[in-house]
Design a protein around this ligand. Structure first.
Ligand SMILES: Nc1nc2c(ncn2[C@@H]2O[C@H](COP(=O)(O)OP(=O)(O)OP(=O)(O)O)[C@@H](O)[C@H]2O)c(=O)[nH]1
Ligand SMILES: [Mg+2]
Length: 519
């Protein structure tokens, strides 16, 4: 076996020894071990034959639109040195906030929010957070967002620093009027969370599926820009955001451009959905599916890598490192093959439209037998994060039977103290606590996951007694997930323990039970 794979399997000593025994047993002359593929499964990186044959590039190619959207989203090639502003509403004024997402954000600490804002900026290649400030406000003023005294203070900071080339106000979305007023005052481009996340998405999108969905995610933002763009202001703007190019276009022409783009994208996404549905319904796809979901950077990709040994997976200390929904084959201790689905992480204070655009690929996860929710328990904000993930799952139609198929894993326990871990275990008795980094708790977690997966995917563990090395024997070995096989003392009969779907059992009965001697 591959040496690196061996090392990874050392996380799971019992599982490893069981696998080794099975393989040894399989080397008996004349007998190929059905479990041999288990070990091979650990080494395999496999994209299933669900390739989508569609020319997305053709749909996305549109020079006029690119010029318009790049201008609105301000995508500089050179990056930015960013001044990060973390606004928070002073506690006694919380009732003044209407926006539900801002209200939710106001429940956490501004310091933690600022840390996330810095991580967002530093995730973008060539972007750097150079300074930051936490600003308490009584309420978010409609036109300028901040009060006039605060605007003066910000003007001073930004004006005096030669280093600052952009400002990031860490709120979900700023209105166009607010952006324009802030840009006029501060004389640098101003970004909100929506625009920053869109830019990260653009950088991290690899496949045509994610490129398409991200293009759709930009549309609501651009619509807002077109709607809120005030006449006659553009030439006063220093940032050049709305100046030149499509600025000269009539508002109707911009609207037309956007609506044509939206129609094209929606049509392509509907084809993508149909394709995904066909793949899901293909009777060949009988593997139970475990969708790994959670807040961004919680360790979803790391967990799948630890469970499957997939070399190509690259966990990264970045927000939204994963945008493509990918499937990775692994085995449960009972030998049953499962597909782990890696997914895009969620984040608070982002308009829901942004994640709704991912539904075409997230639908695969929504139909999964098990929804494995990963928490980063070392993050002081993890309770708020996990609440947010649950809310997002419900808003994205993951609600059906969610309680029955939900499996919660608290990751990164190597970064918390023993006391904290024991308090967490008491408070969350149904959660499996692990570290994908050290391997702590992984074996126990895997056994619990197996139990739920078998139950949720409708598999039954049964014994089949058949003639050794006969037709049925070969069929079982080839077609069914075999957990164990024993030969009788005379090597005449074999007793298989298999994990079967009702449909597989019916096929077996139809093929063999009547005509042959099967127990
Ligand atoms: N200390 C520690 N770090 C971990 C653990 N699991 C993951 N990490 C680190 O956390 C960071 C994020 O890991 P990923 O697996 O990429 O997280 P993710 O949830 O897939 O993130 P996104 O795809 O960006 O949403 C990486 O730097 C990992 O090395 C763990 O158990 N302990
Ligand atoms: Mg990931």
């Amino acid at each position: 076996m591959h040496c690196a794979t061996m090392q990874r399997l050392l996380y799971f000593p019992k599982l490893l020894s069981a696998l080794k025994q099975q393989v040894k047993f399989g080397t008996r002359p004349g007998y190929v071990c059905p479990q041999k593929n288990i070990l091979e499964g650990f080494q395999q990186v496999r994209r299933y034959s669900d390739e989508w044959d569609y020319d997305v590039e053709k749909v996305l190619q549109d020079a006029d639109f690119d010029e318009f959207s790049d201008r609105m989203l301000r995508l500089p090639q050179h990056g930015h040195n960013v001044f990060v502003i973390q606004p928070f509403v002073r506690p006694f004024k919380k009732s003044a906030i209407k926006n539900e997402m801002v209200q939710e954000a106001a429940l956490t600490s501004p310091q933690l929010q600022l840390e996330e804002a810095l991580a967002l900026i530093n995730t973008l290649p060539r972007w750097k957070a150079v300074d930051s400030i936490i600003l308490g406000v009584n309420h978010f003023k409609s036109s300028t967002f901040f009060g006039s005294g605060q605007i003066d203070r910000l003007k001073n900071i930004v004006g005096q620093s030669k280093n600052i080339s952009a400002v990031f106000v860490n709120v979900d979305i700023l209105r166009v009027k607010q952006i324009i007023e802030l840009e006029l005052a501060l004389k640098v481009p101003v970004f909100d969370r929506y625009t920053i996340v869109i830019q990260i998405f653009r950088h991290h999108a690899v496949t045509k599926e994610s490129k398409l969905q991200i293009a759709l995610a930009e549309i609501p933002y651009l619509k807002q820009c077109v709607k809120g763009f005030p006449k006659g202001l553009s030439d006063r703007l220093a940032s050049g955001r709305f100046v030149g190019g499509t600025e000269g276009m009539l508002p109707e022409t911009r609207k037309e451009l956007l609506s044509q783009r939206e129609q094209k994208l929606k049509k392509a996404v509907s084809f993508l959905k149909q394709h995904r549905q066909r793949v899901r319904n293909d009777p060949k796809n009988i593997y139970p599916i475990v969708a790994v979901m959670g807040y961004t950077n919680a360790g979803k990709t790391s967990l799948i890598k630890a469970l499957t040994g997939t070399e190509k997976l690259e966990p990264r200390n970045q927000l939204f490192a994963t945008l493509d929904v990918t499937k990775h084959k692994g085995n449960l201790p009972c030998s049953l093959e499962v597909l782990y689905v890696d997914t895009v992480g969620f984040i608070t204070d982002i308009p829901t439209e942004l994640f709704e655009s991912f539904t075409a690929t997230l639908e695969d996860a929504a139909h999964a037998n098990v929804i494995l929710h990963v928490w980063d328990v070392s993050n002081p904000d993890f309770r708020k994060q996990q609440e947010h993930v649950m809310k997002t799952l419900l808003s994205l139609n993951f609600g059906e039977n969610l309680e029955k198929r939900l499996f919660v894993v608290g990751n990164k326990v190597d970064r918390i103290s023993e006391n904290e871990l024991s308090d967490l275990k008491k408070a969350q008795p149904n959660t499996c606590f692990v570290s994908t980094k050290t391997g702590f708790g992984m074996e126990e977690m895997l056994h619990k996951l197996e139990k739920l997966t078998l139950q949720a995917s409708g598999r039954t563990r049964i014994k089949l007694r058949v003639k050794a090395y006969g037709e049925e024997f070969e069929w079982i070995r080839r077609e069914l997930p075999v957990e164990d096989m024993q030969l009788d003392s005379e090597y005449k009969y074999a007793i298989f323990t298999v994990l079967v779907l009702r449909s597989q059992l019916e096929i077996f009965k139809h093929k063999f039970v009547k005509k042959n001697n099967v127990g």
